[in-house]
Design a binder for this molecule. Structure first.
Ligand code: NAP
Length: 320
């Protein structure tokens, strides 16, 4: 099979398309023929060698993919050859024509979704779900600010929050991104590049503030997020690319919490629950992954540059 391999950490150019041995499933494992691969910012952090958890070299990048079950190992009960599936987490790396997974990493892909949409589920929707429900403890009737609603995690967060009965304020840096956030279900959409948008958050909440912030760029926003919170408000830090200064007093006045979140910390049981909920939402149409761009697998380096550029629009997907 063809696979993208990384032999040394570095820039996007360290990813090279190579021939690799076809994976074979051991007991409890599944091989999926990949039709689409999700590109996530974390793939670029790992490739650069700067991420805390480093794979052994050489490795094949990628955690998200969708396709058709090719073969199953002994003891696999839930899947059969030809089943449409998406995967979150792999044993062999998703940037390839075939991917080896544990059975628990494979989930049914409802017929209403394309494979490209299937590749846009794992990290983005898993992260949004865990941030919103497990970490923020979101409840119907609350208000959430999805701070960065135009990218993979943001679109997922908006759809999940809207379906759960929250009032959703989404932000994006471009007109196109704001339109996407509105289409995903945000009740109000703001420009996080505008000088006055925090005063708009205050007026949208009648001065009371938001109950939850899902934060995609904490190094820029955390200080001001705290001032936008209601009493007992929670900020969940999903993304951060540097350090930031905050005034701790802004948490005291509100009994507010800053809660970190990494999807990799989710236990097997938590992940099983998350994916059961996601599959239900994908089946009933409340969750509709948005693919903004598709590139051939061989152009993985181009995809890694694009995913780090401003002006997000849903997901970037690679097609083997
Ligand atoms: P993405 O698709 O590239 O989207 C990035 C988002 O950040 C876009 O909505 C972008 O909006 C927004 N953004 C840019 N500048 C912003 C600002 N000043 N204020 C608020 N938002 C801003 O990435 P993603 O997959 O959604 O991931 C988002 C972040 O979460 C990344 O940093 C990623 O590494 C992190 N993440 C963490 C976890 C975890 O487990 N903790 C899991 C997944 C992702 P515009 O482009 O419209 O400006």
């Amino acid at each position: 099979m063809k696979a993208i391999r990384v032999h040394q950490f570095g820039g996007p150019e360290v990813m090279v398309a190579e021939e690799a041995a076809d994976p074979r499933p051991a007991d409890g494992e599944v091989v999926v023929r990949v039709k689409a691969v999700g590109v996530n910012p974390v793939d670029t952090y790992i490739r650069s060698g700067l991420y805390a958890a480093k794979p052994n070299l050489p490795y094949t990048p990628g955690a998200d993919a969708a396709g058709l079950v090719e073969t199953t190992g002994a003891g696999v009960k839930s899947f059969h050859k030809g089943d449409r599936v998406y995967v979150y987490g792999t044993l062999s790396g998703a940037y390839a024509e075939l991917v080896l997974c544990k059975e628990s990493q494979v989930h049914p892909l409802p017929g209403r979704l394309t494979f490209a949409q299937g590749a846009a589920i794992g990290i983005p929707y898993g992260t949004a779900y865990r941030a919103l429900f497990h970490r923020a403890g979101a409840k119907a009737g609350e208000t959430v600010l999805v701070h960065g609603a135009s990218g993979g995690v943001g679109v997922a967060s908006v759809q999940l929050a809207r379906a759960a009965g929250l009032t959703v304020i989404g932000t994006a840096g471009t007109e196109r991104g704001r339109k996407l956030a509105a289409e995903a279900g945000a009740h109000h959409v703001l420009d996080h590049g505008a000088p006055d948008y925090f005063s708009q958050i205050a007026s949208l909440t009648g001065g009371g503030g938001v109950d939850i912030v899902l934060e995609m760029l904490a190094n820029v926003n955390l200080g001001r997020d705290l001032t936008a919170l209601a009493k007992n408000g929670r900020v969940v830090v999903i993304g951060s690319r540097g350090t930031v200064e905050i005034n701790p007093r802004d948490t005291m006045m509100r009994d507010a919490d800053i809660r970190g979140m990494t999807l990799m910390n989710a236990s097997e049981d938590e992940l099983a629950g998350i994916h059961a909920a996601l599959v239900a939402g994908l089946e009933n149409g409340t969750l509709r992954p948005v693919v903004g761009r598709e590139l051939p697998l061989a152009e993985a380096a181009q995809a890694h540059k694009a995913v780090m550029e401003p002006g997000a629009y849903g997901k970037i997907v690679l097609v083997p």
